[in-house]
Design a protein around this ligand. Sequence first.
Ligand SMILES: NC(=O)c1ccc[n+]([C@@H]2O[C@H](COP(=O)([O-])OP(=O)(O)OC[C@H]3O[C@@H](n4cnc5c(N)ncnc54)[C@H](O)[C@@H]3O)[C@@H](O)[C@H]2O)c1
Length: 263
Amino acid sequence: MTAAASDSLAGKVAIVTGGGSGIGRGCALRLAADGAKVGVFDLDPGNAKAVADEIVAVGGAAHPVTVDVTSREQIDAGVAEIKALYGPATILVTSAGREGFRRFLDITADQWNALVSVNLTGTFHSCQAVVPDMIEAHWGRIVTISSSSAQGGQPFMTHYSASKGGVITFTKSLALELGEFGITVNTIPPGFIITPMTERNAEKGRLGPGGLDAVIARTPVRRGGQSEDIAAACAFLCRDEASYVTGQIIGVNGGRTTTSTVF
Ligand SMILES: NC(=O)c1ccc[n+]([C@@H]2O[C@H](COP(=O)([O-])OP(=O)(O)OC[C@H]3O[C@@H](n4cnc5c(N)ncnc54)[C@H](O)[C@@H]3O)[C@@H](O)[C@H]2O)c1
């Protein structure tokens, strides 16, 4: 488990979608290490349970919930389950996401809709389900996970990068609307974090010539990102002291350019 940085989130209840793997797992572990009780939401029941068990094993509080973020009913039920167990959630991290890699002319409408449905509409559903309790508490922290591909564009990923571009604009707009309620809304667009998703892409040769090693060689800090890198930024954004940071895009990408990226 990530080393406890502080008890800065003691007494808080957090929900992390996509918490069963990769970046979501890293954020769930870190928020729990900082004292939050965590609802681990994931489509994969085994992974959600494994992460919750990992947190509980080191003395934290976490509960797994099997949720498909494309289903508003499932999200509402999951939010109610966490509320009954721990109290209202006032921290939300939306990491549930699916990747896509296909030539533009080969993308079917169903494939387009499937990615938008998870990455963008899933973010909408998750936020709308928890914001009433945040308004009630007059305190809230929302961290969406977008993508550096939405900042610079990415070939063969028009559906994916468009869905993530939507997440960025959604985040900025929601921040403007919710600021008066003590709720901050920020987005982290990760850049090449080594997770099961990245490993799948590397195996399929989607990272371009040289694969992951070549990507690392082009990355200014000369290493691949870890889910802990995203989790550290996420933990900061969730703290009380970050109350003046909202509507921001907090890039965590090892210094990769975000104005134009090719692989
Ligand atoms: N890894 C990177 O370099 C990178 C870069 C940019 C953006 N991202 C984004 O970060 C987020 C996390 O990615 P990751 O690399 O950790 O991937 P990952 O595949 O390891 O984890 C994604 C998790 O989301 C869950 N999920 C997928 N569809 C879901 C659904 N409909 N409902 C609920 N859960 C669902 C999966 O079961 C999985 O546990 C994604 O949104 C991804 O697009 C990752």
